[in-house]
Design a protein around this ligand. Sequence first.
Ligand SMILES: [Mn+2]
Length: 418
Amino acid sequence: MMKFKFLHAADIHLDSPLRGLSRYEGVPVDQVREATRTALDNLIDLAVAQGVAFVVIAGDLYDGRWDDMATGLYFCRAMRRLNDAGIEAYIVLGNHDAASQQTLRLPLPGNVHLFSHKAPETIVHAATGTALHGQSYERPDTREDLSSGYPAAVAEVLNIGVLHTALTGRPPHDDYAPAHPEGLAAKGYHYWALGHVHAHEIVSDDPYIVFPGNLQGRHIRECGPKGAVLVTVENDHVVDVEHVALDAVRWADLAVEVSGCETVADVDARVHQVLVEAHRSQAAGRPLIARVTLTGTTALHGLLAQRLPLLRDEVRVHAANVAEDLWIEKVRLATQSIEAADGQAAPDDLAALLGEGETSVELHAALQSDFALLLSRVPPDLGEDSEIIGAARAGALTPLLARAAAALQARLEEGGVE
Ligand SMILES: [Mn+2]
């Protein structure tokens, strides 16, 4: 009986920066910067430990064009480690690393097989007889169904299709190299190793059509375990497909429900509780980077809006108390006042006026042009750590105005304005 394993990865985006984590005391900047490289190392370690026959990388190995050899050199060293262990690698290029974007010629170790961007081709893995079919992207903006031209299945061996695709559409991912699962199934392959969609998904198990998801989450919209898929083959049939986490740093998007909280101490207790639970269930021994969003209906809404900067620091301290490797990406306020929840907002002229401001086209236009002048003088990297500058850059003024209005009202109700 012929039994072997292979690894299927995609969307490694090597050396792509992780985005959104504010810099503050203790944040492991180097660990975060190196995360995509560490995840690649973890992939190679797993391949060697499992003694896989080969590794498939289904596109977007690189994040974009690189200007020096450092990124390519790192990748070549990783591939040489596979070579030393007798493991082959099969790669298609995707929209991020399309052939036309490659500005530097990278000599690859002999175990690395790059599918052509000129035409679909079949490469046979000699030791197992496996036929791998694939085509690289020539241009980033590839809108044609590449899979339609893939070769016919080879009889009596395992057939794998390697394709970078959004299938029939997977927002927010661009609709590149569209393909229908039924069309893929009709090729008669046993396993479709897909890439492009950053969430792990087993689209079909007959035949297997699989997105491994990306190897390392890069921002708060890429939460949870990230890694590759370990596939077991017996007698030219896929018998097991297992997602294995290989990420070096993990992201978590946490909601803290504060309805019913009567004091800031109550809110504190809820935040602490959510952080403890998240770290227990999600970190898996890795640094965990969390966004904390306060939600719910509370009499504290105005007060929380007013003291948001302080709250952010307090949440960071809570995180530090819970675990050494728990970090706070952002603290957001999405609470509403009891009045607003009851539909009793705007009990007076002032509240009505503040409410109008949030949606006023004129006010938005005026602020936008003021901000444009201001932002043109702000160094580009400064905004990374500031929610306000980020929102102003993105033109997302409504949440800022809503927060300002709530804070202003809270101060007025305290009689704190002279
Ligand atoms: Mn892609």
